[in-house]
Write a protein that binds this ligand. Structure first.
Ligand code: ARG
Length: 588
């Protein structure tokens, strides 16, 4: 693996050197950004001149005199009150692309982070015995992209699926199963996720009905909760059946989502049962929590209810029961002290933000979190229907995630089929591509806006061939593959001596930015920045095609050079989409 120094970094270094030669005492970073005027514009000089009480234009001129041009920088000129416009040589662009192309196709010259840590990421956390609905989509999709992005930068990532697998609702479920044994026995036969969910749903509804109508059943169900919490083996065995049945279902949905979820990473709420007592003891002994009306509570000066009274985080209820907070606090201890995390990341709905605010603050007061170990909730917004209201069915209930995915695949398959004959796709390829396009569309829509924002779920828009959609990017990739196939004997090869057309330069400079964008998307937990970059890449490619023929290039050298450009574009698209969990079919 050979990391490639980006052109931005090269220019940055040279400017920094020139700056320190001009003003030795100054420590300033030349702020570099892409510009329409030139390839880059540097605008740190103004602030620097102000500090040094110097004339910015004069200072800029002096800096320029310390820069050698020719190899990397073609031209550098002072503009406006002290900006620097910088143009890169064609040779540097082509050499940079050649170095990226020569690297491992999985890394494309992207360096690892200088100081990677260990992130425990909490994502894709559905609830046992409950259907996954549209609200569970975002955590899974955003979380999965972040896992890939962080690992790509060299971070150690531990995945945790904090499923809802504990609580009083299990009393009635277990009791009902006990009274109707065999309900979840399949006699050794494998069942589908759909069957598993329908079994669970049937049981849930029956138990609920009894619980609401039959006082004696209610009493028996409540006793079951006590047995469960006391660890009664028979009760636990029944509970385990619900968990196992639910996992069959979860895995089928995750497979549909084309997402790898591993069983050992599923550590639900129940996984911290053994720690709850100690968590409470530690909080109480340190004075972080106090008994109030019989409950163990943590108070915050800035968190108050409508009546003006402080709203506590209840760690242990007055009846001795533990809830969501105790589990999450114990999970923090496990992740920090046992898994040795340096960052805790929670991909959870914004509606749980108050909970996490209180939990994190409690953990900080207890000393479990500090400057070296931080926690962050990546709080995502709601998926809305076309009408701009939270996405519901016509009957007003949450949309089942599976139905939604099935519909996306169906629509996408129709889109793929339309072009299938022209591209020469077999029926099997149509079906496969339909899945990749449909699931890709759903993921892309989720990842292309910043996570905090709500977005509208609009399948028509998502599978549209033009515009900011995954299928637009997938077509860009497939089109390049078709060009590479048609190129026959001609191979991608760099010719740094060739002069580049403006569209070639634009594409080359954009490709060079991949490493910076990936680093930014990972450190800021912002996959949408990568999505925006890839869309821009595909658009830049479209302009390039309009202006620079590849198969009909003027000379064999130009053709080879252009083949390298498009192949590197394809590799970058492929790698970037892969980090987002989206496939790029070879033919589309
Ligand atoms: N199971 C919860 C839900 O469906 C999400 C869990 C979030 N993670 C956590 N550590 N609390 O809403």
């Amino acid at each position: 693996m050979a990391p490639v120094t980006s052109l931005t970094d090269l220019v940055h270094q040279r400017l920094a050197n020139a700056l320190s030669a001009t003003l030795p005492e100054a420590d300033a970073d030349p702020l570099l950004r892409r510009s329409d005027r030139a390839d880059f514009q540097a605008n740190g000089i103004l602030a620097l001149a102000k500090k040094a009480k110097a004339n910015p234009r004069e200072l800029a001129t002096q800096v320029v005199s310390h820069i050698t041009t020719g190899d990397v920088i073609k031209d550098i000129e002072v503009s406006g009150p002290g900006f620097l416009n910088i143009t890169i040589t064609d040779k540097a662009i082509t050499e940079n692309l050649a170095a990226r192309y020569a690297d491992d196709t999985a890394r494309l010259g992207v360096p690892l982070a200088a100081h990677p840590g260990t992130t425990v990421i909490d994502y894709a956390q559905p609830n046992v015995a409950k259907e996954m609905h549209v609200g569970h989509l975002r955590s899974a999709v955003i979380g999965d992209a972040l896992v890939q992005l962080l690992e790509f930068t060299g971070e150690s990532v531990v995945r945790r699926h904090h499923i809802g697998d504990w609580g009083t609702q299990f009393g009635m479920l277990i009791q009902h199963l006990d009274e109707h044994p065999g309900e979840l026995d399949h006699g050794g036969a494998e069942i589908s996720g759909e069957e598993a969910m329908s079994n669970l749903d049937r049981l849930y509804k029956a138990a609920r009905k009894l619980f609401d109508s039959d006082e004696e059943f209610k009493t028996r169900a409540r006793r079951r909760v006590v047995d469960l919490q006391a660890g009664d083996p028979q009760t636990l065995a029944a509970w385990q059946k619900f968990v196992d049945e639910s996992k069959i279902y979860f895995f089928s949905v995750f497979e549909k989502l084309d997402m790898e979820i591993r069983d050992p990473d599923i550590v639900g709420e129940s996984g911290y049962n053994d720690m709850l007592d100690e968590t409470c003891r530690l909080l109480e002994e340190s004075g972080v929590a106090e008994i109030s009306d019989g409950a163990l509570c943590v108070f915050f000066d800035d968190i108050k209810g409508p009546d003006g009274n402080r709203v506590p985080l209840i760690v242990r209820k007055s009846d001795g029961g533990y809830g969501y907070a105790a589990t999450d606090l114990s999970a923090i201890r496990d992740r920090v002290f046992h898994l040795k995390a340096t960052s805790l990341l929670y991909v959870v709905d914004v509606r749980q933000s108050l909970h996490f605010k209180m939990v994190f603050e409690t953990a900080r007061r207890a000393g479990w979190l500090n400057d070296d170990v931080t926690a962050y909730q990546l709080a995502f917004g709601t998926i809305l229907g076309k009408d701009g209201k939270p996405f519901k069915t016509r009957e007003g209930v949450s949309v089942k995630l599976e139905d939604l995915l099935d519909e996306a695949v169906q629509r996408a398959t129709a889109v793929v089929r339309e072009k299938a004959e022209k591209v020469g796709l077999s029926e099997q390829e149509i079906v496969e591509n339909g899945r990749y396009v449909g699931i890709g569309a759903v993921k892309y829509a989720d990842l292309s806006t910043s996570a905090v924002r709500d977005y509208k779920f609009d399948l028509d828009q998502m599978v549209s061939l033009s515009g900011d959609t995954s299928v637009y990017l997938q077509y860009a990739y497939a089109r390049i593959q078709s060009i590479l196939r048609k190129a026959g004997e001609a191979r991608p090869l760099a010719h740094p001596e060739l002069e580049l057309a403006p569209a070639e330069r634009a594409l080359g400079l954009h490709l060079d930015q991949f490493s910076e964008v990936v680093a930014e998307a990972a450190t800021e937990y912002a996959p949408h920045k990568l999505t925006a970059y890839l869309y821009q890449l595909a658009s830049t490619l479209t302009t390039f095609y309009d202006q620079c023929p590849v198969l009909k290039a003027e000379t064999p050298e130009q053709q080879e050079n252009r083949l390298l450009l498009v192949d590197l574009t394809a590799r970058t698209l492929h790698r970037g989409m892969d980090l987002l969990g989206i496939r790029t079919p070879e033919k589309l």
